[in-house]
Design a protein around this ligand. Sequence first.
Ligand SMILES: Nc1ncnc2c1ncn2[C@@H]1O[C@H](COP(=O)(O)OP(=O)(O)O)[C@@H](O)[C@H]1O
Ligand SMILES: [Mg+2]
Length: 234
Amino acid sequence: MPLLELSNICRTYKNGQIHIEALKDINLSIEEGDFISIMGPSGSGKSTLLNIIGCLDRPTSGTYTIAGNRVEKMSDNRLADIRNQLIGFVFQSFHLLPDLDARANVELPLIYRGMGGRERSRRAIQALESVGLGERVHHLPSQLSGGEQQRVAIARAIAGEPRVLLADEPTGALDSKTGENIMAIFEKLNREMGITIVQVTHEENIARYGHRIFRLKDGKIDRIEEVRNDKTMK
Ligand SMILES: Nc1ncnc2c1ncn2[C@@H]1O[C@H](COP(=O)(O)OP(=O)(O)O)[C@@H](O)[C@H]1O
Ligand SMILES: [Mg+2]
């Protein structure tokens, strides 16, 4: 069974008389260990699709199954539990709390899980080490570069050991070299820890770190492209 399976997913936004069909009949299967890039023009439904995959939003119709759980049958509380247990999020603009140092930012989601202080601290430091920030645990976000802040955000996303990492334009606020460094971390998390990754990007070279590229157009899957990964040959 695929880890994530979307069948006939539609999402319509209703504002008064106006209905916007952001997603139209999406069918997708994503296996555990996959690395997916979602591309498409602005307004094509990329963020809407990522939010549904991440259980931040529910489809208007269709069925979505995550790790064997049918999303449309779940209560909001159960959905929040699934999200907390299975999914880590990374955003374009990092979303770090400015008054907390790197370690405290990474610990935050673990506090919400009710984890004790020692275990939290251990996990946070381990996550920061795994993104190469073992020497920066007591830095505030303002004392870190953009790339380092995004690495803290990645550490925060993986500290809870999610099975899926979702990223909406994770390199969108970074220069191209720093963006490549972020992709090197994603590759490592995918390959060494087996984390399934789904990222939205508008940069072709960033998309090609994925194993497959889903190309959206007008709320539909226009094309699915397999990426021939020749990076390891270089
Ligand atoms: N909360 C919302 N209310 C109404 N329309 C929305 C909302 N969010 C997105 N949309 C519309 O849905 C479509 C897809 O949006 P989105 O998923 O954000 O696209 P993308 O991320 O590819 O730019 C767009 O037409 C957008 O205007
Ligand atoms: Mg978007």
